[in-house]
Write a protein of this length. Structure first.
Length: 310
């Protein structure tokens, strides 16, 4: 059975780039409130819809959706590295159920997850450890992206499985809201970067440090209004949050990829994970917004939403 859902922004810059203390305190309080919600729900397993930041999925073979049967956290931006505790038989059963519902989904026995999955799991485990987890990758960064209609279909299929499950299942959506991370694109990447976008491969220490240090620098530049990246867009975030809280998961159906990128940034596409998580609850869920604020130092519109099925 489904015990509830938490949708929240992640930001790898949070623990190093200091924001206004009052803003940090309010955000931390909202995460604690969500963790208390998780504790009260007492889930046996968490299903997390998460985006990848070109760390685990590459153009050599790029599915729109993928269930992790075995997965490892790469430990970027201070998140814990190591194997996730995935109940293999249950993850396979979930994948088979989703396929049987008519939604095509891949599986992986060698999934690599980054902070997009690890950070929210760690934040929400403060009071009730979310050790047993089934990660579901949703492609939000490497076009072409799945449509919002297919994302909702995925969420509904996962929700049907979870509602029949003997376990108490928590559904997590990790991503967004508006932000414009410095992620390379195939269309503009130099030859060496293009090759890595296709072939993938782990970064060495120097490469990982350089990549993370560049992202931290962009957060500092954003706070000084000197970044070349698109800042978080509170108006767009508010429109999306209000729609999701009201149960309108079709709010972006008519929006093109380019239009979302232009107003919500390249990271705005990660709202797909929230839509999948909320679609899993069914059409009549009740949602409560715990936090929203655009935080320049974290280059992200930071939001936290919790919901329960009707």
């Amino acid at each position: 059975m489904i015990v509830g859902s938490v949708c929240l922004s992640h930001s790898p810059l949070k623990d190093r780039n200091r924001a206004d203390p009052a803003v940090e305190a309010r955000f931390d309080a909202s995460v604690r409130q969500a963790a208390e919600f998780v504790e009260a729900a007492g889930p046996d397993v968490a299903v997390i819809f998460y985006p990848d930041h070109v760390n685990g999925f590459f153009y050599g073979m790029l599915p729109p959706f993928c269930v992790g049967i075995e997965a490892t956290s790469i430990g970027d931006y201070g998140t814990a590295a190591g194997a996730l505790e995935i109940p293999e038989e249950r993850a396979l059963d979930l994948a088979e159920s989703v396929l049987g519902s008519g939604v095509d989904i891949a599986i992986s026995y060698s999934m690599k997850v980054d902070h997009g999955a690890a950070q929210p799991l760690e934040w929400l485990s403060e009071r009730h450890p979310l050790a047993r987890v089934i990660p579901i990758f949703v492609n939000c960064a490497a076009p072409p992206l799945p449509t919002f209609q297919r994302v909702r279909a995925l969420g509904a299929a996962v929700g049907a499985w979870a509602e029949r499950a003997p376990e108490r299942v928590l559904i997590i959506g990790s991503g967004g809201l508006s932000h414009d991370p410095p992620v390379p694109a195939m269309a503009t990447a130099p030859a060496d970067v293009r090759s890595r976008l296709i072939a993938g491969g782990s970064l060495n220490h120097a490469q990982r440090y350089q990549r993370q240090n560049r992202a931290h620098g962009e957060g500092s530049a954003m706070a000084r209004k000197q970044s070349s990246l698109l800042p978080a867009n509170p108006d767009w975030d508010r429109m999306v949050l209000d729609a999701l809280a009201a149960g309108d998961l079709a709010v972006l159906d008519a929006a093109s990829h380019a239009s979302i990128t232009s107003v919500g940034g390249r990271g705005g596409h990660e709202v797909r994970t929230w839509m999948a998580a909320l679609a899993a609850l069914g059409p009549d869920y009740a949602a409560t917004e715990l936090f929203y604020e655009a935080v320049d130092e974290w280059i992200t519109g930071m939001g936290v939403l919790q919901a329960v099925p009707a």
